[in-house]
Design a protein around this ligand. Structure first.
Ligand SMILES: NC(=O)c1ccc[n+]([C@@H]2O[C@H](COP(=O)([O-])OP(=O)(O)OC[C@H]3O[C@@H](n4cnc5c(N)ncnc54)[C@H](O)[C@@H]3O)[C@@H](O)[C@H]2O)c1
Length: 352
């Protein structure tokens, strides 16, 4: 494929970021269409980026002849329907995470893709962050010996509204899924068991959705390695993603607080700014993941992160959610998948 023509479905925070990257910074790609029922947002972006086509209904974008590949950046509920239509129309797919909100849907998406020639990449962009990618190479090269412990902190500056939380799948499924992916990727192992705890300290209204705003998860990997994650919807200071991997012969730390390498010293105090949000912290990663996707389509290679990675990370997230509600360690793979008719304890049970 000489030049990949791409359409973006959903032009909110993530869709707009991908659209801007595709329109301006990726050789071999051309942004040809946008779809979103939010006409004002769509037309604003269309004018800014001079996009030829714009649709209210995403189906029209999928079936547009000029479109070779589709970026899915809609709310998670629409994933399966859009993937199904893309596969039928022969369009390659870049899907924002999570692959789906439940395992049954994720597996149906996996089956749809398995029976097709469609290339699919999942938006686990942290793997493309220069810091994380470098750390991964160092760990794989044996620089710190065998990785035995991963500590991971993941905090948003402030939490989403209850309306978002209600349909998000909860902290572990919606947000920590990135962290679970990082852990299995950096540790080069699968998670066997998790034990989670959490509470609502900043957003009491999340009780209505049975969700928490702060959580911790301990992980035990199949080969015996250990993990300790802490996640918060509200840091009170900015976006904070840091990771430490301890090996048998050293340690690697990834991440930083400051946006600019500048400290202001004044009146007996020193201060610096903080990273504002994920769009800023992972700016390079969002661009690199999309370059990778386009390159795979042009060269015929398989994207390095796919729906199976989404499935594995989701299995861990569901086990963590189950553990939170039962108060007991949970084997990954044993958690109830609500989409398959299972039930779990009442919302909020076992939560502070
Ligand atoms: N990789 C990351 O770092 C990251 C960060 C944030 C969100 N996400 C994921 O990206 C996805 C989008 O999140 P967001 O934060 O951009 O949300 P958002 O609410 O900002 O944007 C979603 C957009 O989808 C549009 N939409 C709704 N229904 C639609 C339909 N039927 N057809 C087309 N468009 C439709 C909405 O109008 C909105 O513009 C979510 O799945 C989320 O989990 C990923």
């Amino acid at each position: 494929m000489e030049r990949v023509q791409v359409g973006v479905i959903g032009v909110g925070r993530m869709g707009a970021r991908h659209a801007r990257n595709l329109a301006g910074s990726i050789s071999g790609a051309r942004l040809v269409a946008l779809a979103d029922p939010d006409q004002a947002a769509r037309e604003r972006l269309r004018a800014e980026l001079a996009v030829p086509y714009s649709f209210d209904d995403w189906r029209e974008l999928v079936h547009l002849n000029e479109v070779d590949a589709v970026v899915i950046a809609t709310p998670v509920e629409l994933r399966e329907e859009i993937v199904r239509e893309c596969v039928a129309a022969g369009k390659h797919i870049f899907s924002e995470k999570p692959a789906a909100k439940d395992l049954a849907t994720t597996r149906r998406i996996k089956e749809l893709l398995a029976g097709s020639e469609i290339k699919y990449q999942l938006g686990f962009m942290r793997r493309f962050d220069p810091g994380y990618a470098y750390a991964y190479e160092q760990i794989r090269s044996g620089r710190i010996g065998d990785p035995v412990l991963i500590r991971l902190t993941s905090r948003d500056a402030s939490g989403p509204p209850l309306s978002y939380v209600r349909t998000s799948g909860g902290l572990f499924v919606d947000s920590s899924v990135h962290d679970f992916d990082l852990s299995r990727w950096l540790m080069n192992d699968e998670v066997a068991t998790v034990y989670a705890a959490g509470g609502r300290f900043v957003y009491p209204e999340y009780a209505e959705a049975g969700d928490i705003d702060t959580g911790v998860v301990t992980l035990q990997f199949r080969r015996g390695g250990l993990g300790l994650h802490d996640n918060a919807r509200h840091s009170g200071f900015g976006y904070d993603i840091r990771t430490e991997v301890l090996g048998t012969n050293g340690c690697i730390q990834i991440g930083y607080f400051q946006s600019h390498p500048v400290v202001v010293l004044q009146n007996g105090h020193g201060s610096h700014d903080c990273v504002a949000d994920f769009l800023e912290r992972f700016r390079d990663a969002y661009l690199a993941e999309m370059k990778h996707f386009i390159e795979c389509l042009r060269t015929g290679c398989e994207p390095s992160v796919g729906v199976e990675d989404g499935e594995k990370a989701l299995e861990i997230a569901l086990a963590a959610r189950e553990s939170l509600h039962t108060g007991k360690p949970t084997a990954v793979g044993a958690a109830v998948d609500e989409a398959q008719g299972g039930t779990r304890p009442a919302a909020g049970e076992g939560v502070a």
